[in-house]
Design a protein around this ligand. Structure first.
Ligand SMILES: [Zn+2]
Ligand SMILES: [Zn+2]
Length: 345
C-alpha cells in the first residue's frame, strides 16, 4: 500500500510499504479520509513523533474491508470512524473507563502508525460504525468534533449564556457550533482578519469579532457591558489567554482547550481579574469514549443532519502523494486555510 512515512523531522515520504493484516480482534480499515491536525504540523515539521519511522494521522474515517478472528463479519463493508487512543486497560484510570487519562496509552499517528495511508488495522473496540449518509471527509472530523463537544459539555453552556471563543481554527469553530447546538444565546469567535470573519459567519449563527484595539469595547457592547458568561480558549498562547480572561464577566467560566505553544505568563493585573472576578477555570483534554457517556456517538448523531455545514470547514483536500505540498500549503500563512484533509478515492 501507499503511505506517508515520517522518517525524520520535516521528512515526510510518500512510499510503498506492506499493507497490514488484521490480527485477532482487529478490523482492516480502508482509509477514505484523514484530517491534518494542527498538532500534525508540529509533529511533522518541528518535534517529530515518538520514534521514526511513523505514519502520522489520527483523524480518520474509512470502510471496513477485512476482519481478524473473533470479529463479527457483519462489520465488513461498513463505514467507520476510529477512536485513535489505545488504552492499556490496566491502570486505575482505565478501570474507571477514563481512557484519555490512561497512564500507559498508545495513539494512532503519534506513538504508533496512523492513517496517512491507504490501510490501517485497528482493534474493534476503537471502531464506531456510522450512517453512510455522512461523507467520509466529514466523518473524519469526528475526532476534533468530539474534543470540541467535550469542551462545550464541560462548559455546561445553557440558554442564558453568551459564549466567547478565543480562536478561529477548526476546533474553535466546532466549539462555536456545538455551543449553539446546546442553546447558547450568542456565540462570538475572535479572529485576526475581516476575511476570516466573513468565513466564520457563514456557519449557522456564529459571529466573529476581529481582534483589534477596539475588540474589548466591541465585546462589552454586545454583552450589556458585562463580558461573556463562558469563554473557551482554543489557541494556547499568552495573548489568547489574556483575551479570554479580559472577555469574561464576574463569576464567569473559562475552559482551557488550546495546546500551549510554549510557556504562558500573565500580567499581574490580568491575574488579579481571575481573583476579583471569582472565575472558574476548567482544563479539558481529549474526549469521552464508550464510558458514562460517549462524545463520539453524540457527534455522529448530530453529524447526520449537520454534515453539509461541517463540510465547509474543509478548505483543502490532498492526495497522499501530495503530502509535502499539503504541509507546505497548510502552514503557509499567506494562504487562507482552515482544515486540510487527505482523501483516498
Ligand atoms: Zn487532532
Ligand atoms: Zn490505562
Amino acid at each position: 500500500m501507499k503511505a506517508c512515512v515520517l522518517e525524520s523531522v520535516g521528512n515526510l515520504v510518500y512510499k510503498e510499504i506492506p499493507a497490514p493484516t488484521p490480527a485477532k480482534g482487529e478490523v482492516l480499515l480502508r482509509i477514505k479520509a484523514c484530517g491534518i491536525c494542527s498538532s500534525d504540523y508540529a509533529r511533522v515539521l518541528k518535534t517529530g513523533t515518538y520514534h521514526f519511522p511513523t505514519i502520522p494521522g489520527h483523524e480518520f474515517a474509512g470502510k471496513i474491508e477485512m476482519i481478524g478472528d473473533g470479529v463479527d463479519p457483519v462489520l465488513i463493508g461498513k463505514s467507520a470512524v476510529i477512536f485513535p487512543l489505545l488504552p492499556c486497560e490496566k491502570c486505575t484510570s482505565c478501570q474507571r473507563k477514563q481512557w484519555a487519562q490512561c497512564k500507559n496509552y498508545n495513539y494512532f499517528g503519534s506513538r504508533c502508525d496512523g492513517a496517512f495511508a491507504e490501510y490501517l488495522s485497528v482493534p474493534v473496540w476503537n471502531v464506531l460504525v456510522y450512517d453512510d449518509v455522512i461523507p467520509y471527509c466529514v466523518a473524519a472530523l469526528t475526532e476534533p468534533a468530539a474534543v470540541a463537544w467535550h469542551a462545550v459539555r464541560m462548559a455546561q453552556v445553557t440558554r442564558k449564556d453568551i459564549v466567547c471563543i478565543s480562536g478561529s481554527g477548526t476546533i474553535a469553530i466546532l466549539c462555536g457550533l456545538w455551543a449553539i447546538n446546546q442553546g447558547a444565546k450568542k456565540v462570538y469567535l475572535t479572529c485576526r482578519s475581516k476575511k476570516k470573519k466573513i468565513y466564520i459567519e457563514q456557519f449557522n449563527e456564529l459571529q466573529a469579532i476581529v481582534i483589534d484595539d477596539s475588540f474589548h469595547d466591541t465585546l462589552l457592547s454586545k454583552t450589556n457591558g458585562e463580558g461573556a458568561d463562558v469563554v473557551i480558549e482554543c489557541v494556547g498562547s499568552a495573548l489568547s489567554l489574556e483575551t479570554a480572561i479580559r472577555s469574561l464577566r464576574s463569576e464567569g467560566r473559562i475552559i482551557l482547550l488550546g495546546n500551549p505553544e510554549g510557556d504562558i505568563t500573565l500580567e499581574k493585573n490580568i491575574y488579579w481579574k481571575i481573583l476579583r472576578g471569582e472565575y472558574s477555570i476548567q482544563g479539558v483534554w481529549n474526549s469521552i469514549y464508550k464510558a458514562e457517556r460517549c462524545d463520539w456517538n453524540d457527534v455522529l448523531v448530530h453529524m447526520k443532519s449537520m454534515y453539509p455545514i461541517l463540510e465547509k470547514l474543509i478548505t483543502h483536500k490532498f492526495e497522499l502523494a501530495e503530502c509535502q505540498n499539503a504541509f507546505q500549503t497548510m502552514t503557509d500563512s499567506s494562504i487562507f486555510s482552515v482544515k486540510g484533509m487527505f482523501i483516498n478515492e
